[in-house]
Design a protein around this ligand. Structure first.
Ligand code: ADE
Length: 245
């Protein structure tokens, strides 16, 4: 998968080269290019923003600079090839979910446009949408100062789903959200720590009982922390033992 990120703070994306993602890059599973938006300014101040039409606080990122940047970074898409997906992180976007991480993981190319200030002139997004799929996405109901941290979160969620990136692919299959529920608690050695014992069932070797126990804890936790997820499950997602809980 190829990933391009356009930002006015390229240094913010340095963590992409750390740890799991760094290894995926070294192994050739992902390639990442980070581009400085100011490359496409033409004035001495390298201005990327201007006052908003209609007034109000803050600044809006200028369309000319973004237009040129996206033209250059996306490049000419060879005929017969699908254009990349453009992802624009914004608190005003659709909520990013694990299902979207799976969709993005199936793409061969993703381009991220990081806005700062009050966002990017909407015409940039509307224009791009005429020649490529565009998603405005939010990573949560809070406001960051720019899209860079959201890009780190989205790229990590996507990259770990790519074949070969995780040491044990089963970890991705058993994630929170894979069955619509939050994952329950996990334990490792020692058997007792500060007077707290690991639940007996996990040491029983009874795989059926362990699976049932894990499912029950996942249901309990989801009911307590994310009742919205439980309510959204299709009726067929719950078995009789689930409903008895
Ligand atoms: N940019 C600023 N806040 C954001 C958020 N919550 N999600 C995605 N991008 C953002």
């Amino acid at each position: 998968m190829r990933i391009d990120v356009v930002t006015i703070f390229p240094g913010y994306l340095a963590p992409l080269r750390e740890a799991l993602l760094g290894r995926a890059i070294d192994a050739g599973l992902i390639s990442v290019a980070v581009h400085d938006l100011r490359t496409w300014t033409h004035d001495v101040h390298q201005a990327v923003d201007d006052a908003p039409y209609g007034g109000g606080p803050g600044m809006v990122m200028r369309p000319q600079v973004w237009g040129e940047a996206l033209d250059a970074v996306v490049g000419d898409v060879p005929s017969g090839e699908a254009p990349p997906r453009l992802i624009v992180p914004t608190p005003a976007g659709r909520p990013f979910t694990q299902a979207m991480a799976h969709e993005y993981a199936a793409e061969s190319r993703l381009v991220f446009a990081c806005g700062r200030y009050e966002g990017i002139d909407q015409r940039v997004i509307d224009d791009a949408a005429t020649w490529m799929p565009v998603d405005e996405v939010s990573i949560g109901d809070y406001v960051l100062v720019g899209g860079e941290v959201a890009v780190l979160a989205i790229v990590e969620a996507v990259a770990r789903l790519l074949p070969g990136v995780l040491g044990n692919p089963a970890s991705a299959e058993q994630d929170s959200f894979s069955d619509g529920l939050l994952e329950g608690p996990a334990y490792t050695r020692p058997e007792t720590w500060r007077g707290r014992a690991v639940p007996d069932v996990l040491r029983s070797g009874n795989h059926g009982a362990i699976a049932r126990w894990r499912r029950d804890r996942a249901l309990e936790r989801t009911a307590a922390r994310r009742p919205d997820l439980l309510a959204a499950l299709p009726p067929t997602a719950l078995d009789r033992a689930d409903r008895a809980l």
